[in-house]
Design a protein around this ligand. Sequence first.
Ligand code: PGA
Length: 251
Amino acid sequence: MVAVTPIVIGNWKMNGLQAAVSELEALETAFKAQAPACEVMLCPPATLIAAFAGRAQGTPVLIGGQDCHFNVSGAHTGDISAQMLADAGAKAVIVGHSERRTDHEETDDTVRVKAEAALACALTAIICVGETEAQRDAEATLDVLTAQLTDSVPDGAAAATVIVAYEPVWAIGTGRTPTTSQIAEAHGHIRRVLTDRFGSEGEKMRLLYGGSVKPGNAAEIFAVPHVNGGLIGGASLKATDFEVIVRAIPA
Ligand code: PGA
């Protein structure tokens, strides 16, 4: 297994007002006292990106967006482009989160063009995949992952600019997590699919687990082979919880 630098990413979803900068400040204080053993990123709502990016400069905390449009600019009321995110100080953007796939009917093709837009603006694309509970019950998990990876990850994807997050839909925000052997099976499969397609870049691409990661289960999940960090929703909103999760990455 190739050694890669892990990353823990907090996805705040539609949570956080201006006052939530205090959580970022608490993280910075904690990381000043003891540097994290991995990369750390927060993806706050778009309204907070510029302020957070300014505040986080010179600290170990990177700032990312939660979604982008596939065009650079134009008549798309309410949308935000990758270029705008980069301009606001974001270094990365999540694309294809299951909440976007469900709430906004995003397909794998939409996700791929969004990832391409991110890469064109020098943002890292954090591409999410994962099966529904019905698909897992039908023993279709690995086929679903193969199809999502094939159609959502752009050609030419490289380890420095693409991160893949495995997020079983049934584990997101539910408090339910797969067993470590289910995570190992999914991550091993994702690694094989990416390596078959991208060679050594696929071997080095970071694979994150997401879905009900908490302070109490993070260490066990991060110890699974081919888990190179996590995408954390609810438990990333409080700096104290998020810090414990970041510290669960082995030094
Ligand atoms: P959760 O969300 O940690 O609240 O389950 C994870 C995610 O959706 O990225």
